[in-house]
Design a protein around this ligand. Structure first.
Ligand code: AMP
Length: 494
């Protein structure tokens, strides 16, 4: 908890806001209510019931809400309500300064918040704009020049604009940090600190995070003043309307076939599949597509246009299987997504919660299936420790997919073969390299660096990138891992 903060935990199920069962009960203005009603929102979700009245009072908020809970409207609607007196029709940009700044970790999430905010602001006369990295900066100049009361941004690109003096934050009276845990994971802390130093005080600060890890509490302590703490679900709990199952396969190579078997056997109409690596995502999508499952991959090596087009096609149901890395999938809002499959168990147990939060959204039921090979056991232990319960598991028999070796590749023993011959050696080699079994490339030892700072936003630059195994640091580590493995194998060279 922030040391200086006086905390008021609000429980609306038993508290004074118990009977706020419609949006008009909040006292929101007509233009905001009209937009909400057009979107077909019949009643506020629990996070909205809790957050809207508090944000309307101008208090700081530290909110823990699972993805898909309606969190965006939980802060966007009261922000619009608070900014309404500033709405005007003037053509002068000076009359439309940035009054609310929303920071988000990825382009996809920023874009999604923008779309929601724009919909909610439709009748208010307030202007909403978004800036994020990985795309041409020029169209963003135009949007900023016109002026906007609400600006949604990823930290890196926002600082680019600050540096070029194309944005002025001196009148921002509200700051929202959305998915703050992910921003810290991605190394955005220095950027966040630089940005908050540019904002005037006092101001209203809202911080949302899937979990309240210690680093988040520390960040909250430096930014929030006497925040109201809002926790909708129990800390680190997963949505209870999501059925979770683990499927054990005999080898890493069998995981791809297991994913396709699960999709076919369970007749999953649409599924989001998570891979820990960009290269793994691409390979899996190609295999599933070859099997006629209509699959595509979305990850940071794809251009922003490609990613948005793929996402759009998936949302429209034109793509059945979307294979994604964590960062690329972050914040994806796909209504009624029936299933999520973990092709790889995540390295960070918290990511398991983020991933399965993609299904079972807004009260719908969903299913989260995870495939794992024996080498993933440690990752499962971490997840179950976090969830504080065992996940049901069963064995699944599949034939490992045939592996296509690239032409001219030296014939070396396959990972499974090495594991059979020297299981202890592989397990011991893990600490110097990546988690064993997480890549389907037998000689891929690039270490996983979860809190890697990234230069630009959006994209999964923080993901373990197979291509970067070519860089000198990874090369050194790869050689080191091989040497260690060779030593463990009794000096045998391979
Ligand atoms: P979020 O957690 O903000 O990403 O919202 C998840 C989804 O729920 C989005 O598609 C919203 O449009 C939708 N949503 C938000 N609030 C409500 C509501 N009160 N009733 C129905 N759907 C909602």
């Amino acid at each position: 908890m922030p040391a200086s903060a006086s905390l008021i935990a609000v429980n609306f199920n038993r508290g004074r806001f118990h009977n706020l069962s419609t949006f008009s009960d909040f006292g929101l203005a007509e233009p905001v209510l009209r937009a909400v009603s057009e979107l077909g929102y019949a009643e506020p979700t629990p996070i909205q019931q809790q957050a809207i009245p508090v944000v309307m009072t101008g208090r700081d908020v530290m909110g823990a809400a699972q993805t898909g809970t309606g969190k965006t409207a939980g802060f966007a609607l009261p922000i619009l309500q608070r900014l309404l007196p500033a709405a005007n029709n003037s053509a002068s940009p000076a009359r439309h300064p940035v009054r609310a700044l929303v920071l988000a970790p990825t382009r996809e999430l920023a874009d999604q918040i923008f779309v929601n905010f724009r919909d909610y602001a439709k009748y208010t006369g307030l202007r909403v704009a978004v800036v994020y990295g990985g795309v041409d900066i020029n169209p963003q100049y135009a949007a900023l020049r016109k002026g906007c009361e609400v600006l949604i941004a990823t930290p890196g690109r926002l600082l680019d604009h600050v540096g070029q003096k194309t944005v002025n934050l001196s009148q921002a009276e509200i700051l929202v940090l959305d998915e703050a845990d992910r921003m810290l994971d991605m190394g955005f802390l220095p950027d966040i600190q630089r940005i908050t130093a540019l904002l005037p005080t006092p101001r209203q600060n809202l911080l949302f995070s899937a979990t309240f890890a210690n680093e988040i509490r520390k960040l909250a302590g430096t930014i929030l003043t006497a925040p109201v703490v809002i926790e909708v679900a129990a800390r680190n709990a997963t949505a209870d309307n999501v059925e979770q199952l683990i499927f054990r396969v005999g080898s890493v190579e069998a995981k791809r076939s297991a994913v396709s078997k699960l999709i076919i056997d369970r007749n999953l109409a649409q599924v989001l599949v998570f891979s820990n690596t960009k290269i793994g995502a691409g390979r899996l999508a190609r295999q599933l597509d070859l099997e006629g499952l209509n699959a595509a991959a979305i990850h940071g090596d794809k251009s922003q246009q490609e990613r948005l087009a793929t996402l759009e096609a998936f949302k429209k149901g034109e793509i059945r299987v979307l294979v994604a890395t964590d960062v690329a999938a972050r914040g994806l809002d796909i209504v009624e997504l029936p299933a999520v499959i973990n092709y790889d168990l995540p390295f960070q147990a918290e990511d398991y919660i983020h991933r399965i939060g993609r299904t079972g959204r807004a009260g719908a039921s969903g299913v989260a299936l995870s495939v794992m090979s024996p080498v993933d056991e440690r990752l499962l232990v971490e997840i179950e420790k976090l969830l504080k319960r065992k996940l049901p598991s069963e064995n699944i028999e599949v034939v490992a997919a045939a592996r296509r070796e690239p032409p001219g590749r030296v014939d070396r023993p396959r990972r499974a073969e090495r594991e059979r011959n020297a299981p202890r050696a592989v397990a011991k080699a893990a600490p110097v390299g990546r988690m064993p079994g997480q890549s389907d490339d037998p000689f891929f030892f690039e270490p996983y660096r979860p809190a890697q700072p990234v230069e630009d936003v959006g994209g999964d630059d923080a993901q373990p990138a197979a291509t970067s195994a070519l860089d000198s640091r990874a090369g050194r580590q790869q050689r080191h891992a091989k040497t260690q493995l060779a030593a463990l194998l009794g000096g045998k060279k391979f």
